[in-house]
Write a protein that binds this ligand. Structure first.
Ligand SMILES: C[C@@](CO)(OP(=O)(O)O)[C@H](O)COP(=O)(O)OP(=O)(O)OC[C@H]1O[C@@H](n2ccc(N)nc2=O)[C@H](O)[C@@H]1O
Ligand SMILES: Nc1ncnc2c1ncn2[C@@H]1O[C@H](COP(=O)(O)OP(=O)(O)O)[C@@H](O)[C@H]1O
Length: 270
């Protein structure tokens, strides 16, 4: 079976506190981006083990370290499923804060669930996804969610951005999630993110913020410049996504957004 593993953007991201387990409690709204996705095909071989075949963007880790293989091992150890070929067509940039790897991992969990007839309840899939990562759980639902805890605790956050155009720019340099968390200064916002996001998009700039921007922009001026470019081009709202380095802009004027097609291939009507 073939699944589309779409990516996500973060609409606001507050890092609230560092936890005793080394993770951070955060508050963010994750929003699925349907137009930018990897393809994940999983086939049963009838044998044992898993083989990963990759096409497209080459990921900077060995096949055994690919999250698709981690997802397979997790499901094999837990439910005894075995014998698959996984074909990954990689289109979502990594080191981007777009959650491409997380989405691939969750796609493998879902495919194995279906192929082997496990019929896991959503909450069980969420629990397995949360063992793989922190923003993997989001992709089980893949609809706008307010994510709390270390990112794996979800509440649906219906948000209609229909009519807007999303432009994503991925600067050449990447940022690792670890690097971003290492530089962040946790803080409690005066008004919780959900309240600020319920205001019109035109009011978001300056109120809906991403706590990783301060330290990431200081270390990578090109990423700050990319965000400023989106605002100068007419974005109502622009921000870095997650831990970066991708930045995105929301445009209410499709023509202004379309002018950025020379700059980036990632222009999508929402
Ligand atoms: C920052 C966010 C925002 O959506 O996404 P990305 O921008 O990377 O896509 C997520 O928190 C990334 O989640 P994910 O990529 O799954 O991270 P994990 O593999 O679980 O953790 C990688 C490392 O990041 C740190 N980490 C992660 C999540 C969290 N809530 N607190 C942390 O401190 C830890 O140091 C951890 O070892
Ligand atoms: N299938 C995969 N796709 C992307 N990255 C992967 C994958 N499997 C493992 N990784 C590792 O995870 C890292 C971050 O992946 P990704 O989820 O794309 O991060 P981010 O959301 O921060 O851009 C990569 O640099 C790579 O080493």
């Amino acid at each position: 079976m073939i699944l589309r593993a779409n990516c996500k953007i973060n609409l606001g991201l507050d890092v609230l506190r560092r936890r005793a387990d080394g993770y951070h409690d955060l508050e963010t709204v994750m929003f699925p981006v349907r137009g930018l996705f990897d393809e994940v095909e999983v086939l049963r071989t009838g044998g044992a083990g898993a083989e990963l075949r990759t096409e497209g963007i080459a990921v900077d880790c060995a096949p055994e370290g690919n999250i698709c293989m981690k997802a397979f091992r997790l499901m094999r150890d837990r439910y005894g499923v075995d014998g698959v070929v996984i074909r990954l067509v990689k289109r979502v940039p990594f080191g981007a804060g777009l959650g491409g790897g997380s989405s691939d991992g969750t796609a493998v969990l879902k495919a194995l669930d279906t192929l082997f007839g496990l019929r896991l309840a959503e909450e069980e899939l969420v629990a397995r996804a949360a063992e793989l990562g922190s923003d993997t759980a989001f992709f089980v639902r893949d609809t706008p969610q307010l994510c709390t805890g270390r990112g794996e605790v979800m509440t649906p956050f219906p948000l209609d951005l229909g009519g807007m155009t999303l432009v994503i720019v991925k600067p050449a340099e990447g940022v690792s999630t670890r690097e971003a968390y290492a530089g962040v200064r946790p803080r409690m916002p005066e008004v919780p993110l959900a309240g600020r996001l319920r205001r019109p998009v035109a009011e978001w700039q300056g109120t809906v913020t991403n706590d990783f921007e301060e330290s990431v922009f200081a270390a990578h001026p090109a990423i700050r410049a990319a965000k400023e470019e989106l605002l100068a081009a007419g974005a109502l709202y622009a921000s870095m996504s997650g831990s970066g380095s991708a930045v995105f802009g929301l445009f209410d004027d499709p023509a202004r957004a379309a002018r950025l097609r020379e700059r980036t291939p990632f222009v999508f009507a929402l």
